[in-house]
Design a protein around this ligand. Structure first.
Ligand code: SAM
Length: 288
């Protein structure tokens, strides 16, 4: 439940604008087209890849939760010649794109994709490593939902399994405070050459650490005009909140790989990839 759109996008509900609300940004083809246009413009982000590579070893069976269009899956397949990667995501649109990209580089045999909610998925086998990249953990916006996710991750892993969790670092909430009240307009062109305008409005509550973003793309002009609206809510989890939760499940920190976001609205915010391993298990090598 995401609630009302962030102002001023809430005002779009006027009679002269016909608004189609979508619940899932990543499953909407129009927003996927916007993401692809942004990727073409600035390239894919790389801020968390070093920490994820450091967690994985060649030959590992890796699970990426929230794989989206395959940024991390592709990087791992290219970096490690004999690891196998399974990507799971709620979005059929994103998974189709990821699978297509993996086929394009001739690595379809080492990759597998599942369209499902990670917290309801029952895998047939166990993984050596589970990865949650790109602050995707923040989509699990309540402590209960994060607890469920961490339980699922822990039970998905072999006994000496590892996790890589890429999130904003402690203190980044102060940096994200600058997003509160931000209202921006962007433009993009889809593959068929149609140009669109795209409005973003953001609100950040530093006490609850909740970031709310609404995005609207106008799809027709004239009266009434039409457009697609989506509102997303993220809880900005910090390492000091995540580590005790991981510890209760038997994981300790092997490494913390610092970074900073290299694209998008949170550009420059400090991040960390937490490299976690089950207590007593063999540490991952540090030369990846
Ligand atoms: C910020 S995107 C990250 C995409 C990709 N990992 C990357 O690094 O580019 C977050 C992704 O998590 C997915 N997601 C959110 N909740 C999920 C869930 N419960 N199970 C599976 N995927 C989920 C979304 O559909 C979305 O594609």
């Amino acid at each position: 439940m995401t609630g009302d759109p962030v102002p001023p996008l809430g005002r779009l509900t006027g009679a002269d604008v016909r608004v189609v609300q979508v619940d899932d940004y990543f499953s909407c083809p129009l927003f996927d087209a916007y993401e692809r246009a942004v990727e073409r413009r600035i390239g894919e982000t790389e801020w968390d890849l070093a920490g994820i590579r450091r967690t994985v070893e060649d030959g590992d069976r890796v699970l990426e939760v929230g794989c989206g269009p395959g940024r991390v899956v592709l990087d791992l397949l290219r970096t490690y010649g004999s690891c196998e990667v399974t990507g799971i995501d709620l979005s059929t649109v994103a998974v189709a794109r990821a699978a297509g990209r993996v086929s394009e580089i001739g690595e379809a045999k080492r990759a597998d994709f599942v369209v499902a909610d990670m917290t309801r998925w029952d895998p047939a086998g166990r993984f050596d490593v589970a990865v949650v990249a790109d602050c995707s953990l923040n989509a699990f916006a309540t402590e209960a939902s994060l607890d469920t996710l961490l339980d699922c991750l822990a039970s998905t892993l072999v006994p000496d399994g590892r996790m890589a969790l890429s999130i904003f670092d402690d203190g980044a909430a102060a940096e994200l405070a600058g997003l509160d009240g931000r209202f921006t307009v962007d433009t993009f062109t889809t593959d068929d050459g149609i140009g669109y305008a795209c409005w973003w409005a953001m609100a950040f509550d530093p006490t609850e650490r909740m970031l709310k973003r609404s995005v609207f793309v106008q799809t027709s002009v004239g009266a009434p005009s039409e457009g697609v609206l989506c509102t997303m809510v993220d809880r900005i989890w910090s390492p000091s909140e995540i580590l005790p939760m991981a510890s209760r499940r038997g994981f300790e920190v092997h490494d913390r790989v610092p970074g900073s976001v290299d694209g998008g609205s949170a550009q420059g915010a400090r991040t960390v990839t937490l490299v976690l391993q089950r207590t007593g298990s063999r540490p991952p090598s540090t030369d990846g």
